[in-house]
Design a protein around this ligand. Structure first.
Ligand code: NAD
Ligand code: ZN
Length: 348
């Protein structure tokens, strides 16, 4: 397994050229392409048009997080094996974060590791999941419990794939981009808060550069990589709450962390010096782009309970990444849980 923390990232026309040159030069025994049912329909025909060498086989998993499982890996390992996959094969992951996480793990373990390429087809996978080398699958309700860190040979970004992506999925990725601005680039935040042309690669590049720079400096999340968790401590608790309570509509990851970022901005105003004006701007911006969710007092109680248990920190302070200002985050801030209800009250 490679120890490097970066890999080549190419965009659009350069990506097509780089891919075909790479495959011609490497002379893999077989090229396999992994898709899910949606990317098979929307993205595979476009991708096959770009590819100069025909793949040996297309492998398919079911779409959605509930299929990011070891059983789906077994199916793909078996398909690879039955279709003659060997040490010199390569797997091309064409899909969202589920396909790139699962496909990266399958490739990293099949025959003790074959090469793979990521071609993310959702905005979230472009700006987040396909950068940084984390691969893996869920175990029941526990996310990303089994996996390895391993880099793809290359990541190829084609914003044209986003044209068929549902609007709410686009905005889910946009939440992570706004986060990149908030934690380390005020100018980028200022540009994004005015809105974004999703099909223009300019902003996608900025986010990819921000995430790559951070994971290159701190691949194992000892310090600055933690900044990427801004909005995720409360955001994850909200996401799990919605998943577990069937009466509520499920929130996408980005929708949950958008709320988490408003709540954690409030905590930042209380604890790390974020100004009142910055706080208002953050709330206003997220409410412009993301649906407002109403929480009852009971919802809030359960979410706070979940959070304390998740952090195994029933009575103690919980560690957060907070903002000092828009564009600058600080890690390992201890927050007393007594502040959480006030944060929800501010979001209301
Ligand atoms: P996803 O892969 O489930 O894709 C979302 C939906 O969009 C799916 O139904 C998919 O079939 C569909 N889709 C994908 N591309 C499409 C296209 N171009 N047109 C139409 N439909 C399309 O989810 P996601 O949001 O891309 O990724 C979420 C996953 O990423 C989670 O499992 C999360 O754990 C993982 N993730 C990993 C990392 C990492 O560092 N490895 C970082 C962030 C998230
Ligand atoms: Zn996230």
């Amino acid at each position: 397994m490679t120890e490097n923390t970066t890999h080549e990232i190419y965009y659009t026309e350069l990506a097509t050229a780089a891919l075909n040159q790479f495959l011609a030069a490497k002379a893999y025994s077989k090229i396999f392409v992994l898709v899910d049912e949606n990317t098979k329909h929307h993205c595979l025909p476009i991708f096959l048009d770009k590819l100069e060498i025909a793949p040996a086989a297309i492998l398919e998993i079911k779409a959605g997080e509930i299929h990011k499982t070891i059983q789906a890996c077994i199916n793909v390992w078996e398909a690879l094996s039955q279709k003659g996959g060997d040490r010199k094969s390569i797997l091309v992951n064409l899909g969202g974060g589920v396909v790139t996480d699962l496909g990266g793990f399958v490739a990293s373990t099949f025959k003790r590791g074959i090469d793979f390429i990521n071609i993310p087809t959702t905005l979230l996978a472009m700006v987040d999941a396909s950068v940084g080398g984390k691969t893996g699958v869920d175990l029941g309700v526990l996310k990303n419990q089994v996996g390895v860190i391993n880099q793809p040979q290359m990541v190829l970004l084609f914003p044209e794939f986003l044209k068929t992506l549902p609007k709410n999925e686009l905005y889910s990725g946009f939440a992570e981009m706004l986060k990149h601005g908030l934690i380390c680039d005020q100018n980028y935040w200022n540009a994004l808060k005015e809105g974004i042309d999703f099909y223009n690669e300019h902003h996608i590049r900025t986010s990819v550069d921000i995430k790559s720079a951070i994971v290159t400096k701190d691949p194992t999340e000892k310090n600055i990589r933690k900044k990427l968790n801004f909005g995720h401590t409360l955001g994850h608790a909200i996401e799990s709450y919605f998943l577990d309570h069937v009466s509520l509509k499920t929130l996408l990851h980005g929708e949950a962390i958008a709320i988490g970022m408003v709540l954690e901005a409030y905590l930042s105003h209380q604890l790390t010096g974020l100004s009142g004006l910055d706080l208002q701007e953050i709330k206003r911006t997220f409410l412009t782009f993301f649906p407002k969710v109403s929480f009852t007092a009971k919802d809030i109680d359960i979410i706070i309970h979940l959070l304390k248990h998740d952090k195994k920190n029933v009575n103690n302070d919980i560690n957060f990444v907070l903002l000092k200002t828009i564009g600058e985050a600080t890690i390992d801030v201890k927050v007393p849980p007594a502040l959480f209800p006030d944060a929800f009250a501010y979001y209301k």
